[in-house]
Design a protein around this ligand. Structure first.
Ligand code: GSH
Length: 292
């Protein structure tokens, strides 16, 4: 416990520390003028390979794998630690200044879409893929999609923040969010006990939304918290995480716009399907150089 007593009126303390202190601020809007680049494809994605960013690149790779050529995309890197999300061009696409943000330039007038859940639904509807049409199946899919959108802030903003990023370890906060994250994992584990994918036998945008967060968590890729949360206990989530992670489109999508992890799992920008191949080639040449 601390002896902090909140003042009558909160004021912005720029010195409050923490990993994201440099970019956090209590006001919205652009901080500087900066146009966004535009590539040759119908879809322009401005993002970063965090779990929220991965959702969209995985869906785009799945759509391309299904043969939807209209899903060709340019994925531009938005470095949030450098404040790119506060550039005027980005704010025009997402007034909330968070990745991912999408501009669909396939029609006469560009359409902007922000919020990862909205982008998933927009693209799934646009290509009539990976979201069921039948009312009951569609309701189930949207319920799990929005479950993820509502749950992620507890996992990332709550648990992840206080366990991994906060400048001090606060037992009360870590306990509160660890409890909620374990409850969410149990919700998912029970659902997956009787279902191959989250909503049944069909792989949908619900799986695509949930996998980068909870799949990553149970596979030990989030916050270094696998042991702390006993993630091995969620057997059905583990099985599902492996199955989704083995899909070729997921393997491609999860590395787009990534700037952390092993270099072989980072493709900073994607403008062509051949970029994945080129990255592998670079890696092989790098290994050959290292071996000389
Ligand atoms: N609810 C939003 C959350 C997006 C979000 O939190 N994005 C983070 C990266 S994962 C971000 O851009 N943060 C930059 C900032 O807060 O300034 C969504 O799902 O799209």
């Amino acid at each position: 416990m601390t002896d902090y007593v909140p003042p009558k009126v909160w004021t912005w303390d720029k010195e409050n520390g923490g990993q994201f202190a440099r970019i956090n601020r209590p006001v919205a809007g652009a901080t500087h003028e900066k146009e966004l680049p535009v590539g040759r494809h119908p879809l322009q994605l401005y993002s970063l390979g965090t779990p929220n960013g991965q959702k969209v690149t995985i869906l785009l790779e799945e759509l391309l794998a299904l043969g939807h050529r209209g899903a060709e995309y340019d994925a531009w890197l938005i470095r949030i630690n450098d404040g790119d999300q506060f550039g005027s061009g980005f704010v025009a696409v997402n007034p909330n200044s968070k990745i991912p943000a999408l501009l669909d330039r396939s029609g006469p007038k560009p359409i902007r879409v922000f919020e990862s859940g909205a982008i998933l639904l927009y693209l799934a509807e646009k290509f009539a893929a990976l979201v069921p049409n039948e009312p009951a199946a569609r309701a189930e899919c949207l319920s799990w999609l929005f479950w993820q959108m509502g749950s992620a802030p507890y996992l990332g903003g709550g648990f992840g923040h206080f366990y991994a990023y906060a400048p001090l370890k606060i037992e009360y906060a870590i306990d509160r969010y660890a409890m909620e994250v374990k409850r969410q994992l149990d919700v998912l584990d029970r659902q997956l006990a009787g279902n191959e994918f989250v909503t049944g036998s069909q792989y949908t945008i619900a799986d695509i939304a949930i996998w980068p967060w909870y799949g990553g968590l149970v596979k030990g890729q989030q916050y270094g918290a696998a042991e702390f949360l006993s993630v091995q206990d969620y057997r059905h989530v583990q099985r599902w995480a492996d199955a989704v992670g083995a899909r070729a489109a997921v393997k491609r999508g999860r590395i787009v716009n990534r700037t952390s992890g092993p270099p072989s799992e980072q493709l900073h920008e994607r403008h062509d399907a051949a970029d994945f191949q080129a990255r592998t080639q670079d890696k092989l040449e790098g290994m050959a150089r290292a071996a000389v």
